[in-house]
Design a protein. Structure first.
Length: 384
């Protein structure tokens, strides 16, 4: 097929963000699209068929975001893509300019409700938080009529605009080892949390749970895999670990590669997804929970709507009604002391992902969206 040139742009997410790079960009490249990704990185490079176009690794807070957007626009206009697909709300103006100047189609990937997400930023001062949250929502409403398609992640955003498709953030089953034995029972009880590490993602409840569990499991290990936000939170966590003598029981890895993350999940016993109740989290898709399930791990999940409904439907784990360390520890002990039940939960979760909650199904919708936009491009007066 003729290689249509398409370009993804992010100035906030890391270059190897699982959804942007591994799912969308690599998927498009494998389908035969000439795929570019503009992101903060050290150098231009082609990986897995994706041409990475680097912009400076400037801090993503404050005025740095404006500078990043200007760099991205400069790189993007030189690529002359048929479709520009951007992932950050501050790039809405960049996308609109690209559409006006090049005549290209533009896709806005809506990762979350920007107003609720902005209001949940605890490190921003009250009035600044409100101005940013409502400012980004206003910017979306201004630009939405001009975008060609919005890609949304969760059903709660279905009313975002009428030109949208739902492409959920499910795991890539082809990257999982299909021949691997589903059930594993490590010599030491090993728990894992993978993803962005925040207080509202249950960080200190997790640490307190380990403190309780070490009385029954002297060698228990919690793996915390991912970046701390805000960065000062890591120091606070390490102080808690030191004060409670948990140094041998908590492994802080920082951000790791996609492959390393999968390996750590496979070498664990139970996956944890303990999200606090706040307006944005209530509609959050438990992305990492599906990765635990794909690796055959039972899960312990807090009772927010999407996570609770999936766990109850698939019988792949336990829902804790409140984020109490005693309750969480009790749920983990109940699972681990019954290997037969633990194995059944893991098998149920893996089967649900392989049959239903997988990127292979969602990726087909993404590709169909691109072909639909490109077929329209052929009929436009503007061509490259």
């Amino acid at each position: 097929m003729h290689q249509f040139k398409v370009c993804h742009i992010t100035t906030v997410h890391p270059v190897f963000d699982v959804r942007i790079f591994h799912k969308e960009c690599v998927w498009l490249a494998n389908e035969g699209f000439d795929t570019y990704l503009i992101a903060r990185y050290s150098r231009d490079e082609t990986i897995h068929g994706v041409h990475i176009i680097a912009i400076p690794e400037i801090n993503v807070r404050g005025f740095g975001r404006v500078i990043n957007a200007l760099h991205a626009f400069q790189k993007a206009i030189c690529i002359r893509a048929y479709v520009y697909h951007f992932h950050d709300p501050e790039l809405l103006i960049v996308g609109l300019l690209l559409k006006c100047i090049t005549g290209s189609k533009i896709i806005y990937d809506v990762h979350e409700d920007v107003k609720l997400h902005g209001m949940g930023k605890s490190w921003r001062k009250g009035m600044i938080r409100i101005l940013i949250a409502y400012g980004l929502r206003g910017l979306e409403k201004l630009v939405i009529p001009f975008i060609d398609t919005a890609i949304i992640v969760v059903p709660s955003l279905l009313d975002f605009c009428h030109k949208r498709i739902l492409v959920r953030n499910f795991p890539i089953t082809s990257k999982s080892s299909m021949k691997r034995t589903v059930f594993t029972n490590t010599q030491r009880l090993t728990l894992i949390y993978i993803g962005v590490i925040r207080k509202k993602r249950g960080l200190f409840e997790l640490l307190s749970t380990v403190k309780i569990l070490k009385e029954s499991y002297p060698s228990v290990l919690l793996q915390l895999v991912g970046p701390f936000i805000p960065p000062g939170l890591e120091d606070e966590s390490r102080r808690f670990i030191h004060e409670n003598n948990l140094r041998d029981h908590v492994d802080i890895t920082g951000r790791v590669s996609f492959e390393e993350g999968q390996k750590r999940i496979e070498n664990s016993d139970i996956g944890l997804c303990l999200i606090h109740h706040d307006p944005n989290s209530l509609n959050a898709l438990p992305t990492k929970m599906f990765e635990y399930m794909l690796s055959g791990k039972p899960v312990v999940v807090s009772n927010y709507p999407l996570g609770e409904s999936i766990v109850q439907e698939t019988e792949c784990g336990v829902v804790v009604d409140r984020l109490s360390p005693d309750t969480i520890a009790g749920a983990i002990i109940d699972i681990h002391k019954n290997p037969k039940r633990m194995k059944a939960m893991g098998e149920n979760g893996r089967r649900a992902v392989l049959n239903q909650y997988n990127w292979e199904n969602e990726g087909k919708k993404l590709i169909a969206c691109y072909y639909r936009l490109l077929s329209k491009s052929k009929n436009d007066k503007y061509c490259f």
